[in-house]
Design a protein around this ligand. Structure first.
Ligand code: PLP
Length: 485
């Protein structure tokens, strides 16, 4: 009793304070404009003219909810339409902008799978627009006036640039491998070296693909060494295929041995077993003149007698996503008839981009200039130094306080291509007292358009190899924006 009496006055006082406080909150809440009021304001009318009504409404509700929460938390800020307008506009813009957007790749990795792999050539882009903005003869034989096949459009040029008897193209190289294995080896054995059972990322692991295709994996050799006799001993009446796989994204060094494709072809011929090579990247031109000596062209494998060769469209080839299968006619015909071909078929946009890209290879000298992937990969150090100097000069003008240097470095091809090749490059190395380097990297990444660079020690690194002419301006303005705001 005594205790209660002692507490009561405090209690009352407390409750009245709470009540007063709540009344204040109620008052603030009632001052919030309604959705309708905002819609009918000058700003609201303007938004409705430009953006979808649904996004305008969502953005307004979002802003009002945020204000309401702030009021209840005792943090009320500006409640008028004018004070909320900037936030609402930002919300609307966010909602109505695309998710898939172009960005600046300053990493120097040319075939960057996360950043969209190959940049398409002008010819490819033009042809995609031309063909897909109209009806086309996609599956129509104009001469005969009847149904045709979509693959005919690409067979001739693929034969020309690879020297193969026949060719097929599907959705991507993973699909090409799955399809070939299913068509050639379902329920039968495929011999593969233990040194080549790769995982190429994105859950594409050779043993798993093999299982999914219905083929039976027959592993031979060891991780570091596989000999011809390992393959030979594995051959039995259920063997359907000898498969070689490009060690796309790793290297085994030291005490190693593998069997060359030429030896495998001879072995296959002796035992009447076809030989398949999953090349992964697959280059259509001879890279030797450019100082890259460990990546033979597709043509050379075809000439060596490989029965089936598969490779990607958007790696070294520099075209759209696709999986190319080239080889002997009897096998290509068998593969084309398989039901999986229909399930992984290529669409007309890709086909249009592919045909245009492949046509560029008819003149290889021009192709290395007009196909961006090739051009970026094969740039000479002198050109890269010049480009790095242009970037550095521009950045010095934009952000005079920063420490900016041009530095010799190396870049990688990426995308599981040329894993053993370090490409000499020049980078712009940048440091500023205004921001820690990781924050600078993050702000550039979140810039519009995003700029993706890497960090080395305490500097931001911009590799001139993948910074294209039109990117330099974006880079300079982005840098100024993130350092000033
Ligand atoms: C990249 C790669 C693939 C998959 O090619 P996608 O076109 O990405 O599907 C398959 N095998 C090897 C060896 C590769 O390097």
């Amino acid at each position: 009793m005594v205790l209660l009496k002692a507490i009561k006055p405090i209690d009352l006082n407390f409750y009245s304070m709470v009540e007063k406080y709540m009344n204040e909150k109620q008052k603030l809440l009632s001052q919030l404009p309604s959705v309708d009021e905002i819609l009918k304001s000058g700003e609201g009318m303007k938004w409705l003219e430009t953006y979808p009504r649904r996004y305008v409404l969502n953005a307004i509700r979002h802003a009002l909810d945020a204000r309401r929460r702030e009021i209840l938390d005792g943090l009320a800020t500006g409640l008028s339409v004018e004070l909320m307008a900037a936030e609402i506009r930002r919300n609307i813009e966010k909602l109505s902008s695309y998710s898939l957007i172009p960005l600046v790749n300053a990493t120097g990795v040319v075939i960057h799978t996360n950043l969209g792999r190959s940049v398409l050539s002008e010819k490819a882009l033009e042809n995609i627009r031309r063909v897909s903005g109209s009806y086309s003869n996609l599956e129509y034989d104009i001469d005969m006036g009847k149904r045709g096949k979509r693959y005919t459009h690409i067979k001739r040029v693929l034969r020309e640039v690879t020297g193969a008897e026949d060719a097929l193209i599907v959705n991507n190289n993973a699909a090409a491998v799955l399809l070939c294995l299913n068509a050639m080896s379902r329920g039968r054995e495929v011999i593969v070296s233990r040194g080549e059972l790769v995982e190429i990322g994105g859950s594409f692991r050779m043993p798993d693909v093999m299982a999914a295709s219905g083929a039976i994996l027959h592993e031979v050799g060891t991780t570091n060494k596989t000999h011809l006799f390992d393959y030979e001993r594995a051959i039995n009446e259920n063997t359907s295929l000898i498969l070689k796989i490009h060690k796309s994204n790793f290297r085994i060094i030291g005490f190693t041995d593998e069997v060359s494709i030429e030896e495998l072809v001879k072995l296959g011929e002796r035992h009447h077993i076809p030989v398949m090579f999953d090349l992964g990247s697959g280059c259509l031109i001879d890279l030797n003149p450019f100082g890259i000596h460990n990546e033979p062209s597709v043509k050379e494998f075809v000439k060596a007698g490989v029965d089936i060769t598969t490779f990607s469209g958007d790696k070294l080839l520099g075209g759209p996503q696709g999986g190319v299968i080239v080889g002997k006619r009897e096998y290509i015909e068998k593969i084309q008839k398989n039901p999986i071909t229909r399930a992984v078929r290529i669409d007309k946009l890709t086909l249009a981009g592919f045909e245009a890209t492949l046509m560029e290879y008819i003149d290889e000298e021009k192709a290395v200039e007009t196909i961006p992937t090739l051009k970026m990969l094969l740039q000479k150090p002198g050109e890269l130094k010049k480009r790095a100097n242009v970037i550095a000069r521009r950045l010095r003008k934009e952000i005079p306080d920063a420490e900016i240097r041009v530095v010799a470095d190396t870049s990688r091809a990426g995308g599981g291509s040329l894993p053993e090749t370090d490409l000499p490059t020049y980078t712009v190395s940048l440091r500023t007292d205004k921001l820690p380097v990781n924050e600078l990297e993050e702000r550039l990444r979140k810039n519009n358009p995003p700029i993706i660079a890497r960090i080395k020690e305490d500097s931001l690194i911009i590799d001139a190899r993948t910074v294209r002419e039109k990117d330099i301006d974006i880079l300079a303005r982005g840098m100024r924006t993130v350092l000033s705001g």
